[in-house]
Write a protein that binds this ligand. Structure first.
Ligand code: UDP
Length: 354
C-alpha cells in the first residue's frame, strides 16, 4: 500500500484538509504532520476539535512562521522516513517549507495549485509559484488555475487536474452544525457586516491600515471583526484605534464564524478562504485588496476589489454589492459542488496504484 504524508501548519489548512484526511486514512498508509506555524488554542486546537479531525501523528512545534526554520524542522523530521507521495495545501510558509524539504523521490502533490494574483509583493504569490514548480502533480480549484499553469507557465497538462475547492466540502459537511450555532447577542440577520483582515500588505503598513479603518467607519451598520493575532499586534505597535462601529472579537471557531457569515449582510475581507466561502454561501463580498488570486469571484461580480489607499467610498460600494445579493445567491459556485475530497482521492489512487 502506498505511504502518503500530509504536511500542514495553519488554520485555513486544517479547515480545508479536514474533509480529505479521513479519506486518506482509509485509502493509504497515511501520516499527518503539523508544522506548528500557527500554534495558539484559538488558531489550531479549536479547529482540530470542531472539524472532528484526528490528532496529527507529529506536531513539530516550530511555533514560528519563518520559512527557513519550518523547513529545517520538517527536514529533520523526515530523516529516515520514506513516503511515496507528500500532500501540501495552498501558499503558506509551511507549504513552501514542506515542498522544499521533501526528498525528490516522493511525489509532491499541491492542492489549491495554479491560483495567481500576479502581485509579486505578496509572500503567498512567491510561495505558490515555487510550490507549483517543485510539484509532481498540481490540483487547481478551478479551470482558471489550470489555464495559468499550462498556458502561462508551460507546465505539463498531464500533471494538472482540476478538483474543485475543499472549502466547499468543509462547509457542506458542517452546514447543520453551523446553522445551529447561536448568532452573537444583539445581532440580527442582515443587520451587520463581517470583517476579516490580516494580509501583510494591509496591516503592516500604518498608512494603509489607517485608510482601511477610516473607510470602515463610514459604514452605517455594526461591523463584526474577529481580529487575527497579526492585526492585533500591528494595531498596538502603530497605536491605532478601531472605529466605534467595529465589534471587536478574538479569532472565532469555525462554526461561530461561519454562522456569522451566513447571516451577515456583507463580508469585507482580505482572506483567501473567506472570499471562497462568501461565494459558496451566496453572500456579497468586498475584497480589501488591489488584486486577488480568487478572480473567479470578481468575474462573477460576487466580489469586488477595493483599494482603500485611494478610495473613501466604502459605504457606496457596500450598498451596490448588497443590491446584488439575489443575483449572487443564484450563481453556480465556481469552486465546485463539494466533491473535491473525493476527486483528490480518486486522482491519488489512480496515480499511486501499484
Ligand atoms: N476563520 C475562522 N474564524 C475566524 C476567521 C476565519 O474560522 O475568526 C476561518 C474561515 O472560515 C476560513 C479560514 O479561517 O475558512 C480563513 O483563514 P485565514 O483568513 O487565516 O487564511 P487565508 O484563507 O487568508 O489563507
Amino acid at each position: 500500500m502506498a505511504h502518503v504524508l500530509t504536511i500542514i501548519g495553519t488554520r485555513p489548512e486544517i479547515i480545508k484538509m479536514a474533509p480529505l484526511i479521513p479519506l486518506l486514512d482509509d485509502a493509504f498508509e497515511h501520516t499527518f504532520l503539523f508544522t506548528g506555524q500557527h500554534y495558539s488554542q484559538n488558531m489550531v486546537e479549536i479547529f482540530l476539535d470542531e472539524m472532528g479531525l484526528r490528532r496529527p501523528d507529529a506536531f513539530l512545534d516550530v511555533n514560528d512562521s519563518d520559512r527557513d526554520r519550518l523547513e529545517e524542522g520538517i527536514r529533520a523530521w523526515l530523516v529516515g522516513r520514506h513516503f511515496d507521495a507528500v500532500l501540501v495545501y495552498g501558499d503558506t510558509n509551511s507549504t513552501l517549507a514542506a515542498a522544499r524539504a521533501v526528498p525528490k523521490e516522493a511525489k509532491l502533490v499541491h492542492i489549491e495549485a495554479g491560483i495567481r494574483s500576479f502581485d509579486s509583493r505578496m509572500p503567498e504569490e512567491f510561495n505558490r509559484i515555487e510550490v507549483d514548480r517543485l510539484s509532481h502533480y498540481r490540483l487547481p480549484p478551478s479551470g482558471l488555475g489550470r489555464y495559468f499553469l499550462t498556458d502561462f507557465e508551460g507546465i505539463d497538462p498531464d500533471t494538472v487536474e482540476v478538483v474543485g475547492n475543499l472549502v466547499v466540502d468543509a462547509y457542506r459537511q458542517n452546514r447543520e452544525r453551523i446553522l445551529s450555532a447561536p448568532l452573537d447577542d444583539g445581532l440580527s440577520p442582515r443587520g451587520y457586516h463581517l470583517l476579516t483582515m490580516h494580509r501583510a500588505e494591509n496591516v503592516d503598513d500604518p498608512k494603509r491600515l489607517k485608510a482601511i479603518l477610516d473607510n470602515l467607519a463610514r459604514l452605517d451598520k455594526p461591523v463584526v471583526f474577529p481580529v487575527h493575532p497579526r492585526t492585533e499586534a500591528r494595531m498596538r505597535e502603530f497605536g491605532l484605534e478601531f472605529p466605534v462601529n467595529l465589534r471587536i472579537l478574538e479569532p472565532l471557531g469555525y462554526y461561530r464564524f461561519m454562522r456569522l457569515m451566513h447571516d451577515c449582510e456583507l463580508v469585507i475581507t482580505d482572506s483567501g478562504g473567506v472570499q471562497e466561502e462568501a461565494v459558496t454561501l451566496g453572500v456579497p463580498c468586498i475584497t480589501l485588496r488591489d488584486n486577488t488570486e480568487r478572480m473567479e469571484t470578481v468575474f462573477l461580480q460576487a466580489a469586488v476589489l477595493y483599494d482603500a489607499d485611494h478610495r473613501n467610498d466604502l459605504d457606496v460600494v457596500a450598498a451596490d454589492m448588497c443590491a446584488r445579493r439575489d443575483v449572487i445567491r443564484s450563481l453556480k459556485n465556481p469552486y465546485g459542488e463539494g466533491d473535491a475530497a473525493q476527486r483528490i482521492l480518486r486522482f491519488l489512487q489512480d496515480k499511486l496504484a501499484g
